[in-house]
Design a protein around this ligand. Structure first.
Ligand code: 5GP
Length: 190
């Protein structure tokens, strides 16, 4: 007999790989999955709403959350802090699946505290192409671009530590592969 468990799914992937689109597709129409809203010290971008995209907090408040153990994981990324509120995730997990879209250092912290979490890394069809795209954005300084490219290389170097790696070549195929992984991971074989 098979029954189901609620799972904590963590999706990461280098900048430009299409994480946002994939997460939107996974969330659309899925009433049994909640997307965690992270806290960050970075400034909101145009169109981002507090409490929806992120909880935008001051650095002092972020430090307080770390001290009080209120974060499931956190990391400093391009001069800003990002972290996942622990109570929100643990509370939602009682009733549904929870999806985190976070970078690699945070994801690997989650795996340590929640070994049953399912880590999925999105990969570009070609690393060279992704780097070319980042370099051709045209709006950023050389230094910023170099930072991003080295971050892409770093994130990809940790892919082996993830439970699954999914290549985002064809969007529909990648989304289906992730849905299949989730379905399989939810099954508890008794
Ligand atoms: P952005 O500033 O572009 O929204 O996000 C930058 C990076 O921070 C992305 O790679 C995103 O996955 C990551 N990120 C967003 N929220 C969290 C979080 O709560 N924890 C960690 N570790 N990374 C996060």
């Amino acid at each position: 007999m098979n029954s189901q468990r609620n799972i904590l799914i963590v999706i990461s992937g280098p900048s430009g790989v299409g994480k946002g689109t994939i997460v939107n597709r996974l969330m659309g129409g899925n009433n049994n999955m909640v997307l965690s809203v992270s806290c960050t010290t970075r400034q909101p971008r145009e169109g981002e709403q507090d409490g929806v995209s992120y909880f935008f907090v001051k650095k002092e408040r972020f430090m307080q959350m770390i001290e009080r153990g209120e974060l499931l994981e956190y990391s400093a990324h391009f001069d800003n802090y990002y972290g996942t509120p622990k109570s929100f995730v643990e509370d939602k997990l009682k009733r549904s699946d929870v999806l985190l879209e976070i970078e690699v250092d945070g994801a690997l912290q989650v795996k340590k505290s929640h070994p049953e979490a399912v880590l999925i890394m999105l990969l570009p069809p070609s690393e060279g192409e992704l780097e070319r795209r980042l370099k051709n954005r045209g709006t950023e300084s050389e230094e910023k671009i170099a930072q991003r490219v080295s971050r892409v290389k770093y994130e990809l170097s940790r892919a082996g530590e993830y439970d699954y790696r999914v290549v985002n070549d064809d969007l529909d195929v990648a989304v289906q592969q992730i849905k299949d992984i989730i379905r399989k991971e939810k099954e508890i074989k008794i």
